[in-house]
Every structure is written in structure tokens, then in C-alpha cells.
Ligand binder design. Structure first.
Ligand SMILES: Cc1cc2nc3c(=O)[nH]c(=O)nc-3n(C[C@H](O)[C@H](O)[C@H](O)COP(=O)(O)OP(=O)(O)OC[C@H]3O[C@@H](n4cnc5c(N)ncnc54)[C@H](O)[C@@H]3O)c2cc1C
Length: 455
């Protein structure tokens, strides 16, 4: 059994070798295992990709396989961005529901958005298989836990509307049945989405980097791009290490977009996610707490999320998204309390790692792909960049190669910004409090009778 702990004692909160670092770096440390190569700056390349995360690596791989001369530049080490900091949930996540989209743009538009999200989800599985990347990819299903009876009603209504529109499956889990999914009494039932998955994001990204390098992609870590001369012809790219020319440029910087990229930084809203991982748990405990070994999240706008580690007897927990802290360690105690509120058996568990990373929101809650002043961009994944980043990476490569199958419903004439916004997201903690208020309002509603809508 886990030891009884006094909450205020750091020794009881953290294991002795606790580190503020992503758990995934144990198996896939950035800059090791052949991940980095310090090339000299080229004088001229066909394609320069800025940002060495998932989007950048997938685009680079496809372009290099098609014979293009490609460099990937990153301000940090390759793999230090969000790509190896995520929770590894694979979903069709969008803050806008199918009904909201149908009201705004009509039913065909709403269906095309969700179909493309499904293409993105399936694209990860297809790429992992085609490239034989050993990264614990699995279709484990997701349990979405309702925070109140009204949230349950809204969840089922939303899943049913999506099922009607595009046929995605789901299964209702009533409150009295929820222990078969999670050993928690906190929730009011929920739903299983059986065809969603999970991945080890570190090994996925490491696999992409290795395949890209083997295909001839040159990596330039610790090379921040300071300016790009726009235009349709050759573009001059200035970095702290000098400058060079590229025929095509791709901006794949998502939540890390720097101020040098002035048009883009005004359109993405960086916000922090926080994750902790437990010490190694006693045998059998995960099977009792999370018997189906799915991914788990709740119905609030500002979610808590849980998953078992794919490669050890530990549980990962994330929450407090958008909190104004540049580091995760100060939030470790609060994150453990939230985890214990869901799974009381873990109230005294010690934490082995805590980390944070930057995601990118957008003013319309949609991801965006397109071209601005002759420069390709793919940005604004709103917490769901593994599938969408993979998908957009492939689309950008096809666009550069002049292929026809490169259209996206997410390419819109308008990529909105806000007056006076220059990339400083001072309002994120405030927005999170508004989301909390919105969730409390939903929870206070009296739901209609309990639903058992089955697809
Ligand atoms: C805590 C957390 C949990 C998450 N959980 C999930 C999840 O479960 N499922 C999911 O699908 N998504 C999740 N995400 C989101 C997902 O990780 C990201 O959307 C995705 O990794 C970001 O895209 P990317 O990999 O292409 O870019 P990133 O890996 O973010 O890389 C962008 C790179 O751009 C570089 N850069 C920026 N400006 C410049 C410049 N001027 N010059 C050179 N380089 C520059 C940065 O150094 C950075 O390395 C999560 C994110 C976080 C932080």
C-alpha cells in the first residue's frame, strides 16, 4: 500500500530524485539518440522549416522523401517544444461543437470539419504503422466523465449530434456503471468514445526525427529565426548564426511562436499546460483504478486529464491549464490534490516528475493552415496538436510539392487577431476563470431526465 503522507511535507509529495522535466524524456531525451546534428548554416536551400515539433518533422520527412533539400531550424534543442511534453491523448478535439459549427456555417461545413479531424486522427495511426515507429500507439478508447448531471446531459446531446452528423461512435455510461471505467465517485456518469487512442509522444517525435534525418533532412537546433524577407521568390532568413536563402518557408511554431514572427505571433495565444506523473505504483493498483486503461478527461472547459503511463506502472495527471506559472513544481501539491479528489486511493502518492509546456489557442478556437506573404504556416492547435500537427505537416508538404490533395477546411480567408494584441497573453488566467464560471453555471442547471441515447 502507499504510505500515509502529511500534505505539507515536500518529502512526502515528491520522490527523492524528483525532477521538473517531462516523463517522456526518460525514454526519448531531446538531443540524444541521434536527434540533433549541428550543421553549419546552408547558403541556400529549397525548403526551410521553422519549428522542429511534430508539424515541422512530418512536413520535413515527406518533403525529403520527395527529393527536396530541407532544413529544420529550432530555437531550442530538437524535441524540447510541446511535441515531447504533451499527454499523448489522440482525439478529434475541438472547442467548437458540431452543432455550434452547423449553426454558424451549415451542416455540410460542420461535417467537413469533424471529418477532417477524423482524417487527422487516423493519419497518426497510418504514419506510425507505415514508418514502424515503436511508440505505444493504441486505440484504448476515451472515457469522458461528466462533472454534474447537467454536464452529463450536455455531453450525451453533443455526442449524439456528432453521431448524427458524421457517425462517430460513443457509448453512454450511467453513474451507477462508472466504476467499470474509473474508481471514482466524483463524476455523474459519462461516455466512452471507443475509437480514440493514445501514444508515447516522446517516442513518436523521436521516431519522426530519426526518419527525417535518415531521409536527408538537416536539423539546426538552437538557431532562432529572427526575420524572414517575405515574397514569392527566394526568401532571406536571418538567424542569430547568420542568414541564408530558401525558396519555400514553413512556420510550424505553434505555442512557441516568437515575436520575430510578427504576423503569426499576433494570431496565436500561448497558454501553459501542466502534467505530473506518479511514482511507480504497486502491482494491480492501476487495474483497480483505471480498469480499461483508457485516457480520461472531464466535461469542463478547463479539463483535468488522466492516463496510465504506457511503459511503466505510473499514472499521469494534468490540470490547472492556463495558470500563470512558468514552472510546474510550484503546482505539484495542487495537482496531486486534484488527482486525489478524483482517485482518493492516490491521496498520498508521491510525484516523480512535473512539467509544463506551451500550447496555442486562437481567437476563433480553430486551428489554421495557410500562406501569408508567400510563407506557409500551420498553427493554433488548441491542445490537440498530435493529430492536427501530423495532418497539417503532411498537407504543407503536399502544397509545396504542388499536389492537388492538399485542401483543408481549416484554411480560411480570416485568421483573426484582436486589437492591440501583440502576443502577450495576459488575459489567459482571466479567461480560465470565465471558463470555470461557465462550468459552474452549467452544473447549476437542472437536467432533463437521464438519457440513454445509443448510437
Ligand atoms: C502539457 C501539454 C499537454 C498536451 N497534451 C496533448 C494531448 O494529449 N494530445 C494532443 O494532441 N496534443 C496535446 N498537446 C498539444 C501538442 O503537444 C501540441 O499542439 C503540438 O506538439 C504542437 O505542435 P508542434 O509539435 O508542431 O510544435 P512544438 O513541439 O510546440 O514546436 C514548436 C517549436 O518552434 C520553435 N520556435 C518558435 N519560434 C521559433 C523561431 N523564431 N525560430 C526557430 N524556432 C522557433 C520552438 O523552439 C519549438 O520547439 C499538449 C501540449 C502541452 C503543452
Amino acid at each position: 500500500m502507499l504510505r500515509t503522507a502529511r500534505r505539507s511535507d515536500p518529502a512526502e509529495l515528491l520522490v527523492p530524485d524528483f525532477r521538473e522535466e517531462p516523463y517522456w524524456w526518460l525514454a526519448a531525451p531531446p538531443g540524444q539518440g541521434g536527434d540533433t546534428a549541428d550543421h553549419d548554416l546552408p547558403r541556400q536551400v529549397e525548403v526551410a522549416i521553422i519549428g522542429g515539433g511534430i508539424t515541422g518533422m512530418v512536413a520535413a520527412l515527406d518533403l525529403a522523401r520527395a527529393g527536396a533539400d530541407v532544413v529544420v531550424l529550432d530555437a531550442q534543442g530538437i524535441g524540447e517544444g510541446a511535441a515531447r511534453r504533451s499527454a499523448g491523448f489522440l482525439g478529434r478535439t475541438l472547442k467548437r461543437s458540431v452543432e455550434w459549427l452547423a449553426r454558424k456555417g451549415g451542416h455540410p461545413y460542420a461535417a467537413s470539419v469533424y471529418r477532417e479531424l477524423d482524417t487527422a486522427l487516423k493519419g497518426v495511426a497510418a504514419l506510425v504503422e507505415a514508418e514502424a515507429i515503436d511508440c505505444h500507439h493504441t486505440i484504448c478508447g476515451r472515457f469522458v466523465a461528466a462533472n454534474s448531471p447537467a454536464h452529463f446531459r450536455a455531453l450525451i446531446d453533443d455526442l449524439e449530434a456528432t453521431h448524427r452528423e458524421v457517425g462517430f461512435p460513443y457509448q453512454v455510461v450511467e453513474r451507477h456503471e462508472q466504476h467499470r471505467e474509473i474508481a471514482s465517485d466524483l463524476y455523474c456518469g459519462g461516455a466512452v468514445i471507443p475509437d480514440l487512442g493514445s501514444i508515447h509522444p516522446g517516442l513518436y517525435h523521436q521516431g519522426l526525427v530519426r526518419r527525417a534525418r535518415a531521409a536527408g533532412v538537416r536539423l539546426l537546433p538552437f538557431t532562432a529565426v529572427q526575420s524572414i524577407e517575405p515574397g514569392e521568390g527566394q526568401k532571406r532568413i536571418a538567424t542569430a548564426r547568420g542568414s541564408f536563402h530558401a525558396r519555400q518557408v514553413v512556420i510550424a511554431t505553434n505555442g512557441y511562436t516568437s515575436r520575430h514572427l510578427s504576423w503569426h505571433v499576433r494570431r496565436v495565444i500561448p497558454f501553459r499546460g501542466f502534467i505530473v506523473v506518479t511514482e511507480i505504483l504497486p502491482p494491480g493498483l492501476i487495474e483497480r483504478l483505471l480498469p480499461r486503461r483508457r485516457t480520461y478527461l472531464d466535461t469542463r472547459m478547463n479539463i483535468d486529464f488522466i492516463r496510465p503511463a504506457p511503459d511503466s506502472n505510473r499514472i499521469l495527471f494534468g490540470g490547472l491549464t492556463g495558470t500563470a506559472s512558468d514552472t510546474a513544481a510550484p503546482l505539484a501539491a495542487a495537482l496531486r490534490s486534484r488527482l486525489a479528489a478524483i482517485l482518493p486511493d492516490l491521496k498520498d502518492v508521491r510525484l516523480a516528475r512535473a512539467w509544463t509546456g506551451l500550447c496555442a489557442g486562437t481567437f476563433d478556437f480553430m486551428p489554421h493552415i495557410g500562406r501569408q506573404d508567400g510563407i506557409h504556416f500551420a498553427l493554433g492547435y488548441n491542445f490537440a496538436g498530435i493529430p492536427i500537427g501530423t495532418h497539417f505537416g503532411r498537407l504543407v508538404a503536399r502544397r509545396i510539392l504542388g499536389r492537388e490533395d492538399a485542401e483543408s477546411v481549416f484554411e480560411t480567408a480570416r485568421f483573426p487577431t484582436a486589437p492591440f494584441y501583440g502576443g502577450s497573453p495576459w488575459f489567459v488566467p482571466l479567461a480560465m476563470r470565465c471558463f470555470d464560471w461557465h462550468d459552474r453555471r452549467i452544473a447549476a442547471r437542472q437536467p432533463a431526465t437521464s438519457a440513454r441515447a445509443q448510437p
